[in-house]
Structures are given as structure tokens and as C-alpha cells.
Design a protein around this ligand. Structure first.
Ligand code: SF4
Length: 221
């Protein structure tokens, strides 16, 4: 029997995540999504830059994953117009206008809160602009996902969306919610609750090109 010392811990870890991600890739293809797999963030970024034309406008949802990729800086540097509401100095009015522009861009970049092994894409939003844009609006939607977002079932995906993604997001924005203090979701009824719209995209909606790029890294919340 080969020992963990001989094979290496990371080798086993990478192998496992690759197996799971390739399984999800096949499931997504059965649901009519385009799907691709990348070993590294660099490889995925190169693919994004190849697919998105330099002349295209790009909208971005409130996604930590997309920021962690560093792709926005690369797109802007080469001349793409990027709409995203995390830009500093937006007022309540210009924030709303920016979210609308994001949803009308040629390409929309986002992640997901969870994707099941069967290919269900699960998200919970506070406003709903991200899930609206993912479903209908931009001609092209690209969802980038690290292995940490993969779950076994829709129930697990709903749980992950709240217990992990929403709680971390509440902390990130310093929301006045119980979870931002305790780190635990209590399915609150707080005035500033951030979990307000839940979607499960089960098959690619007609009229939208949704592609999912899976990467063998931990990314986002
Ligand atoms: S405590 Fe409230 S805001 Fe926080 S994750 Fe749960 S439902 Fe969402």
C-alpha cells in the first residue's frame, strides 16, 4: 500500500477535487450549460480573456470570487468597459444605475453560492440583481466556481448559501444581522437581513448563453 508520504497529501487532495469537478462538468453539460475545467486560476483567466472580445462590455455581480481572480483589472487594462457596483463613491442612485448597467452588459461575470453534483446552480441575493442578470439580460453569462462551492444536494446548497456564503458576506459588509456578530445563521428576521431572493437554475434558460468555468482552487465565499 502506498503511504500518504509517497503520494503526497496535495496530490490526493488535487485528484479528489478534480474528480468531483469533472463529475459536475458532465452534469452541467447534461443540463445544457457549456462547462469547462481548469487546473489553475491563471489558465482560467487566460481563457476568459480569450473568450471575451476586447470591444465587449462586462458586468460583474457582487462576487468575491471574481475579485479574487484579479480578472477585472486585466479586462480594464486592455480596454474593456467594466460595470461593477463595488466601485468607490457610488451613491444610492448611481449604485442602482450601475447594477442595471451590469445586467445589460455583453458579458456578465459572477460566481455561484453552490452547485450540486447534479448541476443545480444555487444563489441567495439581498437585492436580486445578480440572480436576475444570470437568468435573463446579458447575452453571455460566465459563472466561475472553485471546488469549495460544490455540494451534494439542493438542501446542502441552500445550507451552504446561508451558513457560509451569506454569513461571510454579512461580515464583509458589516451588516446589522445576528450572523455578522456570531458567525452563525439563525434564519433571522432582522431588518437588514441580506438573504431575500433564492434561485435554483436547474437547466440553462433559453436565450442566454451560460457557461460555467470550474477551477481546482478554493475561491470566494
Ligand atoms: S442570520 Fe439572517 S442575514 Fe444572516 S445568513 Fe441567516 S438569514 Fe441571512
Amino acid at each position: 500500500m502506498k503511504t500518504s508520504k509517497a503520494r503526497g497529501f496535495n496530490t490526493a487532495r488535487d485528484w479528489y477535487h478534480e474528480c468531483v469537478l469533472l463529475h459536475v462538468l458532465k452534469s452541467l453539460e447534461k443540463r445544457n450549460f457549456a462547462a469547462s475545467y481548469f487546473q489553475t486560476i491563471d489558465a482560467m483567466n487566460k481563457n476568459l480573456l480569450k473568450i471575451i472580445p476586447r470591444s465587449a462590455t462586462v458586468g460583474v455581480g457582487g462576487s468575491v470570487t471574481i475579485r479574487e481572480l484579479g480578472i477585472l483589472e486585466k479586462l480594464e487594462k486592455r480596454g474593456n468597459t467594466v460595470f461593477h457596483h463595488w466601485k468607490k463613491g457610488l451613491t444610492e442612485t448611481t449604485d442602482r444605475e450601475m447594477r442595471i448597467q451590469e445586467g445589460q452588459a455583453d458579458y456578465y461575470l459572477t460566481s455561484a453560492n453552490a452547485i450540486t453534483l447534479d448541476g443545480d446552480i444555487i444563489n441567495i441575493d439581498g437585492i436580486g440583481n445578480r440572480v436576475a442578470a444570470m437568468i435573463y439580460g446579458p447575452q453571455n453569462v460566465i459563472i466561475t466556481v472553485g471546488y469549495n462551492k460544490i455540494v451534494s444536494s439542493i438542501d446542502d446548497g441552500m445550507r451552504r448559501s446561508k451558513d457560509i456564503a451569506a454569513v461571510m458576506n454579512a461580515k464583509r459588509i458589516d451588516a446589522k444581522t445576528p450572523c455578522a456578530t456570531t458567525g452563525i445563521c439563525v434564519d433571522c428576521n432582522a431588518k437588514h437581513r441580506i438573504c431575500r431572493v433564492t434561485t435554483i437554475i436547474q437547466y440553462r434558460p433559453w436565450q442566454t448563453n451560460i457557461s460555467v468555468m470550474l477551477v481546482n482552487k478554493e475561491l470566494g465565499f
